[in-house]
Design a protein around this ligand. Structure first.
Ligand code: V47
Ligand code: SF4
Length: 379
């Protein structure tokens, strides 16, 4: 029996390293048994696959996360970010504060998500997007999870299609991948039953793709999920992508246990690396895999580049979701620290825009006399 599983595992690695599609049994065989030898083999196959696609380049974006308010009553068991109105860690940002931070940082991308609340209802969020677009025509606005889109539609008495269309017209270019959690009805009932579940999440992303809005996809793991459920998530996503084609990037999110909750530990670094490698091998039709450092840790995220990831997300500036759940990583990384981290991992750092396109290297301050585009290559 073991020999048979090993043969399927070997075949899966061979096909995966060549960017060929794994059949279901091969995908499941990747996670059938975790041993040191298998872990190394997974990493090697995923590295070969990402090298075929990206060589030794690893991208990052100069971005900031904007979370207008953390008030939310959905009660997802894993979330430490959400607060009730009177909680000590509840906060509500004002428009001027948000616009001021953008003016100060001038990021390439703004990643905007918040809680489900009426302090920042749909109309206010829509207006924020309009103002950002108006003041920063080049800013890439990646905003609102499928969970928020569903909530906006319900509370503003509009269809989800209307909400997506209006947001796009106002300036939203892509949707982030949050709220997917893990595509398991078992875990949905246990952990986030007050918001949309897997089927609705996929439906809304496919609706966005139909409207020309590209999206990301996440998977939360390490909070009581099984390896089989993780692989199932990847297979569902792969099938959805075959149908609608608008997923740009997949981001595995390592669970942060926070304090006094149902688990005391999140996934180990090796588990996170194995998950990254499996995503690279199974998701043959999604180009980018992110190593998300606020949740995995900077070193594990950098190692993830050798386990199939090609992107480190961004400099972020002020991460809140992982940090309110006890993450000990920095809240943001300076550009220099990001490029240094990528170099230390053996890759060539490339700064990108919100669509994963390399952007020309900026000349240092004081040397921008011409301000004209140059033919200078990115690293
Ligand atoms: O949906 C909540 C997760 C997500 C915890 O699209 C937690 O580029 C770990 O989706 N431990 C929001 N995870 C973050 C997100 C994201 C992040 C970076 C980039 C992109 C992108 C998307 O964070 C939520 C939920 O799944 N989350 N609590 C926790 N304790
Ligand atoms: Fe609210 Fe999102 Fe936290 Fe769930 S994960 S409680 S929807 S902020």
């Amino acid at each position: 029996m073991t020999g048979c599983v090993d043969a399927v595992f070997e075949k899966a690695l061979e096909k995966g390293s060549r960017q060929e599609r794994l059949v279901r049994d091969e995908a499941l065989a990747l996670a059938a048994r975790i041993t040191p030898d298998r872990l190394h083999a997974l990493g090697r196959a995923a590295l070969a696959n990402r090298r075929r696609r990206f060589g030794d380049r690893a991208t990052f974006v100069f971005n900031m996360q904007i979370n207008p308010a953390n008030i939310c009553g959905a009660g997802c068991t894993f979330c430490n970010y959400a607060a009730s109105k009177n909680d000590p860690h509840a906060y509500v940002m004002r428009e001027e504060e948000i616009l001021g931070k953008v003016a100060q940082l001038k990021p390439t991308e703004a990643h905007i998500v918040g809680g489900l609340n009426q302090v920042w209802p749909y109309a206010r969020n829509l207006e924020l997007v309009r103002q950002l677009r108006d003041q920063y025509p080049d800013l890439h606005i990646k905003a609102f999870t499928a969970v928020e889109i569903a909530y906006f539609a319900r509370t503003a008495r509009k269809t989800e299609r209307q909400v997506l269309t209006e947001l796009k017209a106002a300036g939203v270019e892509t949707l982030p991948g949050g709220g997917a959690e893990i595509f398991s009805e078992r875990l949905y009932r246990q952990h986030w039953k007050n918001k949309i579940g897997p089927t609705e999440w996929v439906r809304l992303h496919q609706m966005a793709h139909g409207l020309g809005i590209h999206t990301n996809a996440t998977m939360l793991f390490g909070f009581g999920d099984t390896w089989a459920e993780r692989i199932e998530h990847l297979l569902i996503l792969r099938e959805a992508q075959d149908q609608s084609g608008g997923f740009v990037c997949f981001i595995p999110l390592a669970f942060q246990p926070g304090e006094g909750r149902f688990l005391t530990e999140g996934p180990t670094p090796l588990e996170t690396l194995a998950m990254t490698a499996m995503a690279r091998l199974v998701l043959d039709n999604i180009d980018h895999i992110k190593s998300y450092w606020p949740m995995s840790g900077v070193e594990t995220a950098a190692a993830g580049l050798s386990w199939g990831a090609d992107d480190m997300d961004g400099t972020i500036s002020e991460e809140k979701i992982a940090h309110l759940a006890g993450a000990t990583t920095p809240k943001g990384l300076a550009r220099e620290r990001m490029t240094e981290t990528i170099r230390m991992a053996g890759f060539t750092p490339v700064e990108r825009d919100g669509h994963f396109k390399p952007i020309p290297k900026r000349a240092p301050e004081g040397q921008r006399s011409t301000d004209k585009p140059t033919n200078q290559k990115t690293e």
